[in-house]
Design a protein around this ligand. Sequence first.
Ligand code: GLN
Length: 537
Amino acid sequence: MARYIFVTGGVVSSLGKGLSSASLAYLLKSQGYRVRLRKMDPYLNVDPGTMSPFQHGEVFVTDDGAETDLDLGHYERFSNISAKKTDNITTGKIYSDIIKKERTGKYLGKTVQVIPHVTDRIKEFIKGDITNEDFVICEIGGTVGDIESLPFVEAIRQFANDVGKKRSLFIHLTLVPFLKSSDEIKTKPTQHSVKELRSLGIQPDIVICRSQKSIPIDQRKKISLFCNVPIDNVIETVDVRTIYEAPISFHKEKLNRQVLKYFNIRPKKNANLTPWKKITDTVLNSKKQVNIAIIGKYVNLKDAYKSLDEALIHGGIFNKVKVNLLRIESDNLKKQDVKKLLKNVSGILIPGGFGKRGTEGKIAAINFARRNKIPFFGICFGMQMAVIEFARNKLNIKHAGSSELDKKCFPVIGLMNEWDKDGKIIKGTNKELGGTMRLGLYEAKLRHNSLVKKIYNSTNIKERHRHRYEVNKHLQSKFETNGMIFSGMSPNNNLPEIIELKNHPWFIGVQFHPEFKSRPLNPHPLFSSFIKAAKSK
Ligand code: GLN
């Protein structure tokens, strides 16, 4: 029967609850247990799909097509357990479900209230879609004491009461600041945060203390005493040099041991830390470096391209090189500056995106990469821009564009079925078809003798999508006779999934997001190959 581990945070946000949960999941899994990771987000959006990356960082997409919180990306990368739709919920989703139910009379005339209706719905989420997992780790977004997270805290309190202490464990992650002026480690914020949690009816079983410096025994004793937690369950987490060190660090601090001890079970085998040690060493000690330019709209925001940044680093790990990311804001990229800005980079990547702003800068950069034979990787929107660049400058279709950006263009990129058989737009269909996104895993078949087939070493692949617009397949032969090959197609041949250039060392565009499937311990082949090409440039 599943045991439930709830992870809350206190004092400040961004302490690394996601990374702590993900590291714990890796350790438990590596000791022979089946683990599931879940996230509850207290905001009112139904899912993060409509949120700007400026607000909430990247939207992470699962195999089954859910648009979720970026913490699920951490979970997948560290635990290698694929997340599902049923692993992320928001207050908005809970309320929209409840209101739908209320409108159809399913509450049989009762007054609908936070307790029990909202809390019941949260509990339903926690225990839903569980099969044979040994542990379900549930992270609660935000910080204890926030108005928004109250129903979640109440629900996990009730949940633990329902299933009993033997099957539930509370972990609270807090900040233990170091005051430079007095050269002291301060435990008071932790004491207050735990006091707040206890006032909501939850006594943490383990307190993880995030700190800049190792916490001396006296301060640990103090935390243990004031927070009512056994001293061995006061776990410190000192800032690591790279995130890949986190599982090693938590193992050293015996987090997994204390969790198993709490549940009174033994590890089935020793945790395997060798791969993390290896990649930590590679990340910290690689001498050779490659400079990769990422040209996008949200480059100035730390988490907007989280999975992508990670996947590039994974590619570096595979090739034993340090990847320096040169982030270029596409809005400010003028045609005349492209050469100056990009002449020293070994690879150019254009990530996914939406909307017109910054597109001309991206197209100019792609033109530079194509003509100067610089390794180029276009992802989703980046692939679409590469197709537009090629159509305009090589096929001489001067008005080539995407109907997402310009309704009057010649749509080399458009909505499915928006074209007639000559590739021209069918007037008036736009409105009706302006529909849903292609989300989640889709299959593609790869062309023999193509670069991508060689990279994947397979003719069939499955990758995660998140887009609405497609490459106009009616133009395939025109593109191909001029050197741009549609090397990956949907199984029914209707949708171009990958393009590549014949006379170029490495120029690939993909309609999907391979970055979502890259793992530090198992880098995605496209990123490994891209970095390899950049390294040998
Ligand atoms: N805006 C483009 C589309 O909807 C690309 C989306 C993306 O890059 N994820 O097709």
